[in-house]
Design a protein around this ligand. Structure first.
Ligand code: ASP
Length: 589
């Protein structure tokens, strides 16, 4: 079958091309037979052009066109003309012209696809994922992948211009603890031994600093065997960065520069720098989250000082035990019904709070609530003033252990923002840093501390003595970049001496043997002159998702897995042959 190379793409022709002989190749997006004249919308990734088969213009190709169906792959030769009066299609960039077909070559036929490609019809995501190669023909998702492509290019160019070098690190490696479960790969050659797929190249990039590479970046696949959510995948992409001889400010500067470039190139928007910063403590107190969405205000207020001397037992107990009383003002919600309040109370309990206290603010700023009788007039007045409440408003109060109560109130904050419609679709995007994270996180279940970031993160040096006496108080040189309420990057200044690293492992309850077994190579490397270093990694998929205006990362990944970690298209994970298992010295129980 001979066909000519296209002269134009399907998105290219305009009025200036009228009269030209052209060749277009593509897929049949739509076919209309208007008794005598056949119209084809011809599609490729650049756009759609209307092709006209008219018997009086070319009988042979018109006859041939009768068999065309959606998704046939064709090559068309013809002449560009001005569309007849009143038939312009303002939806298409090519909409003022069409191509009168002289010659049609059918390059391939197609069976009827399970869904119409470019039609806003209800297609389940499962069906889309099963036929992902067809789903990927859709304009919207092609646009997303194009955005992703442009973001790769901006990133590479930016880091190259800033003297970073791109270095690949192994995919088969020794397990890195980033807090998730590893994907393991059994070794055939070494019976009973396993590689782990990297949760991140953390240790390698630190080793590269020890080797003197100074400024490293990599766009890299990482793997974590976790329960999935809309913004998680078992394999995902990071922009991984590490720098030597730096402190936090240097890392911030590089990252902010990249964000500015991306805003410019992808959104044609100016990003004002430097970005706002909140300490972890401040973010938790004001927004109940370490990834606050600042597209709306609605700040929480700590009320401990208001209830300092309260006789109300619930508050008294919490305040005495280092707990917190936190309030949220829902403006104009004073008329919420008992039923609405019960629904919110149930919700708050599900999130883990003991309960939800609410008070309606009445005329003269009187408070109406079941608990109002427990408070003195002073307390009530003080509360109304501190909350800046007005008649018609509703005050919510949650009390409990600090982080727990704050994060539940943070969820309520988001819920109220939804109910009050506070996040406008055209809200300015909000980027910020969250800094000074705790070094450790206490786990009630296992009754031990875990590294909040990862075990290579440096404590604030002034806090080092606390590592032994009061680990919960130690702050880390760790930071997150937050974008519209999503954490899109996280990093830290690292520990760069073996002694402090050993102290860290000890605080985490990792024995010397375990540390030696797991990280001996890294600890050893620290002894050969490790420069001070630090870095950060972006969750690239999540970042693309936000730039593309999507709410699921699956919309910006070519071949994603479902929420239960399967690929519906190729049916993985799948069983393997006895033979393969035997080679790997494995038996399925
Ligand atoms: N390796 C870290 C992560 O994947 C990022 C970093 O500390 O640079 O979260």
């Amino acid at each position: 079958m001979r066909f000519r190379q296209r002269t134009h793409t399907c998105g290219e022709l305009r009025e200036k091309n009228i009269g030209e002989e052209v060749v277009l190749n593509g897929w049949v997006d739509r076919r209309r037979d208007l008794g005598g004249v056949i119209f084809i919308d011809l599609r490729d990734r650049y756009g759609i052009t209307q092709i006209v088969f008219e018997p009086t213009f070319n009988k042979e190709s018109h006859d041939q066109a009768a068999v065309l169906r959606n998704e046939f792959v064709i090559s068309v030769e013809g002449k560009v003309r001005r569309r007849p009066a009143d038939t312009d299609n303002p939806e298409l960039p090519t909409g003022t012209v069409d191509v009168m077909a002289n010659k049609l070559i059918i390059l391939n036929e197609a069976i009827t696809p399970p869904f119409r490609i470019n039609e806003e019809s209800e297609v389940t995501e499962d069906l889309r994922l099963k036929y992902r190669y067809l789903d990927l023909r859709r304009t919207k998702i092609q646009k997303n992948l194009l955005t992703r492509h442009r973001m790769y290019q901006v990133t590479r160019k930016y880091f190259d211009e800033n003297n970073f070098i791109e270095i690949e690190t192994p995919v088969l490696m020794k397990s890195t603890p980033e807090g998730a479960r590893d994907y393991l790969v059994p070794s055939r050659i070494h019976k009973g031994k396993f590689y782990a797929l990297p949760q991140s190249p953390q240790q390698y990039k630190q080793l590269l600093m020890i080797s003197g590479f100074d400024r490293y970046f990599q766009i890299v696949k990482c793997f974590r065997d976790e329960d999935l959510r809309a913004d998680r995948q078992p394999e995902f992409t990071q922009i991984d960065i590490e720098m030597s001889f730096v402190d936090q400010e240097n890392v911030f500067e590089i990252v902010e520069g990249l964000m500015k470039k991306l805003f410019e190139e992808i959104w044609n928007k100016d990003l004002k720098l430097p970005l706002p910063r909140y300490s972890f403590d401040e973010a938790m107190e004001k927004f109940g989250s370490d990834k606050p969405d600042l597209r709306f205000k609605l700040e929480m207020v700590t009320l401990n000082s208001v209830f300092m001397n309260s006789e109300f037992k619930v508050f008294k107990e919490q305040i005495e035990n280092n707990g917190i009383v936190t309030g949220l003002l829902a403006q104009g919600c004073g008329d919420y019904t008992r039923n609405q309040l019960d629904v919110l109370t149930d919700q708050v309990k599900k999130w883990g709070a003991g309960g939800l206290i609410w008070m309606r603010v009445k005329e003269e700023k009187e408070l109406e609530a079941p608990v109002a009788k427990f408070f003195s007039d002073d307390e009530k007045k003080n509360l109304v003033d501190t909350m800046k409440a007005n008649p018609g408003d509703l005050i919510f109060i949650i009390t409990g252990p600090r982080l727990k109560a704050l994060s539940v109130m943070g969820f309520l904050r988001l819920e109220m923002a939804k109910r009050l419609n506070l996040i406008k679709p055209d809200a300015e995007p909000q980027l910020l840093w969250v800094t000074d994270f705790p070094l450790f996180e206490w786990d009630e279940e296992t009754k031990r501390f875990y590294a909040m970031h990862h075990p290579f993160t440096s404590p604030r040096l002034e806090d080092v003595p606390l590592m032994e006496t009061d680990p919960g108080k130690v702050k880390a040189k760790a930071y997150d970049l937050v974008f519209n309420g999503s954490e899109i990057a996280g990093g830290s200044i690292r520990i760069h001496n073996a002694e402090l690293q050993a102290k860290m492992f000890k605080a985490l309850g990792i024995s010397d043997e375990e540390a030696e077994h797991k990280f001996g190579f890294l600890m050893n490397a620290f002894k050969y002159g490790a420069p001070p270093h630090g870095g950060i990694a972006f969750g690239f998929d999540r970042m693309v998702m936000i730039f593309a205006g999507e709410s699921s990362i699956r919309e910006v990944i070519a071949f994603p897995k479902t929420a239960s970690a399967v690929s519906l298209m190729d049916d993985s994970p799948s069983t393997v042959s006895e033979e393969q298992l035997k080679e790997l010295h494995l038996k399925i129980r």
